[in-house]
Design a protein around this ligand. Structure first.
Ligand code: ZN
Length: 240
């Protein structure tokens, strides 16, 4: 039987090219127009991400944030967060410009980094730092949760979203003294359904770590549950 001849759909190809011409996909790091083979991040930015390599070393700045405070099993940040850098642009794209996909893709990059490190191969579940409900309303999603989805997809470890909760009544942290800010942050999280994480090694995920006080408050809540261990991974660490 003669093979059926399939006419190439030139119209669809032309239409796709025309739309791409009108609305070109822009790199979330440098703002340059992406090539067809690139997705969200151009090759130049991918090759020039400001990696910390903290997962390969001990006594790193992120570990030091928790010394003498909270018993953290392992802690790492994938990239340095510096002002006006590509990574800042990338974080802004998912934090302020609604680009959810950017958070997922960067979460996948975190996952690949963690997967290659033997220090992070004993995890049981992943918990993103919960977002304040007001911010959730404005943004429509929790960026830490989308990052965590990316990490989860690479590590093949489940997310646990029904245990660590943020209470509603926290006010903004600005214009408060250091002590008030500390007590404030320490009373904004709580645990529901503790049985879901009992005896588990939990990986806490957040986007950018600065003082570490928010993620420390989360870790302390998780550690109130029987026989839990906590490790931490953030996309970036703010330095200087
Ligand atoms: Zn780029």
């Amino acid at each position: 039987m003669a093979q059926k001849y399939c006419k190439p759909n030139y119209f669809n190809t032309l239409l796709t090219d025309f739309i791409a011409l009108l609305y070109p996909e822009i790199c979330i790091g440098c703002g340059n127009v992406l090539k067809q083979s690139e997705h969200l991040i151009c090759i130049a930015c991918s090759l020039d991400m400001p990696r910390t390599y903290y997962e390969k070393h001990r006594n790193t700045p992120i570990e030091k944030l928790f010394w003498y405070k909270t018993d953290i099993h392992e802690a790492t940040s994938a990239y340095f967060f510096t002002k006006k850098s590509r990574i800042q642009q990338m974080v802004h794209s998912f934090k302020y410009r609604g680009n959810k996909d950017a958070a997922f893709v960067l979460g996948e990059k975190m996952g690949i980094i963690l997967k290659e490190s033997p220090r992070f191969n004993q995890l049981d579940c992943i918990i993103p730092v919960p977002l304040h409900p007001k911010k959730m309303k404005i943004r429509g999603y929790n960026q830490a949760e989308i990052l965590a989805q990316g990490v989860s997809s690479v590590l093949d470890i489940p997310l646990e979203l029904n245990t660590l909760k943020r209470k509603n009544h926290n006010n903004t942290q600005t214009n408060k003294g250091l002590f008030n800010r500390w007590t404030n942050v320490n009373s904004i999280f709580c645990i529901e359904n503790p049985q879901k994480i009992a005896n588990k090694h939990v990986l806490l995920i957040d986007d950018v770590i600065t003082s570490g006080s928010t993620i420390e408050a989360c870790a302390q809540q998780v550690l109130t549950v029987t026989n839990t261990k906590v490790s931490i991974a953030t996309l970036a660490i703010a330095t200087g």
